[in-house]
Write a protein that binds this ligand. Structure first.
Ligand SMILES: Nc1ncnc2c1ncn2[C@@H]1O[C@H](COP(=O)(O)OP(=O)(O)OP(=O)(O)O)[C@@H](O)[C@H]1O
Length: 231
């Protein structure tokens, strides 16, 4: 589903973020992306969402080279990607319902369809009944789950998470990862960037490790789906 071939990214100013990165994430796979602070994890995710573009190499989603995507086509690509951030980027003055509804409002869904999908998404993350609350009234873990509900509300085939458990205790972190597993079980491809090696060790998924912008290796999990990262 996602393929990087000899991808390098240098930011304006000369900071090298990624160098000759190769990997292949298969459709339906769930994997971790790890590495030290500054290793290039966020940059890799930003290349997939075309927030940044590679200087060299090829980044493809479903065989299409997105480095060549025109600006007007970027929003169409992003509709197929649910993005989850460490600080969840919620609108604090809006209700939980309005936060989760946002992607559907942008896509022009009817009010009836929006209600149905938002309540179903909140149910999936265990927040049914909290739709009228404001994020400020929720715990950190609940706020993170609102961000996850917003990311999955339009049922994207691909879910990307950047340090989704960064502010959470180990129990809540595990709960969040179990949620990702649920989405993965129903066919969503999931890539999770995290520093949390303890969490990774407890889960049996492939891990792509970056060191100073280079891929170190793809570890073989004990019960992985087929199709390893080709590193
Ligand atoms: N917009 C930018 N302009 C210039 N340099 C940048 C920019 N964004 C990131 N960098 C640099 O690129 C390198 C990779 O950064 P990136 O944010 O991808 O790392 P990371 O692994 O996500 O780090 P962290 O875990 O601390 O979030 C770092 O050296 C960083 O300073």
């Amino acid at each position: 589903m996602i393929q990087f071939e000899q991808v390098s990214k240098v930011y304006p100013g000369g900071q090298k973020a990624l160098t000759d990165v190769n990997f292949h994430l298969q459709r339906g796979e769930m994997a971790f992306l790890t590495g030290h602070s500054g290793a290039g994890k966020s940059t890799l995710l930003k290349l997939i969402t075309v927030i940044e573009r590679a200087n060299t190499g090829r980044v493809s989603i479903n065989g299409h080279n997105i480095a060549k995507l025109s600006r007007k086509d970027v929003p169409y690509l992003r509709r197929d990607i649910g993005m989850i951030f460490q600080n969840h980027h919620l609108l604090m003055e809006k209700s939980v319902f309005d936060n989760v509804a946002l992607p559907l409002v942008i896509e022009g869904f009817s009010l009836g369809e929006i209600k149905k999908r938002v309540l179903a998404a909140l149910d999936m993350v265990g927040l049914y009944g909290k739709e009228r609350h404001h994020p400020i009234m929720l715990s950190g873990g609940e706020q993170q789950r609102v961000g996850i509900a917003r990311a999955i509300v339009n049922k994207p085939p691909l879910l990307l998470a950047d340090e989704p458990t960064g502010n959470l205790d180990p129990k809540l972190s595990m709960d969040i990862l179990r949620l990702f597993e649920t989405f993965n079980d129903s066919g969503t491809t999931v890539l999770i960037a995290t520093h949390d090696l303890g969490l990774i060790a407890r889960m049996k998924y492939r891990t792509l490790t970056l060191k100073q912008g280079r891929v170190l290796g793809g570890e073989e999990p004990t019960s992985a789906p087929e199709s390893p990262f080709t590193v």
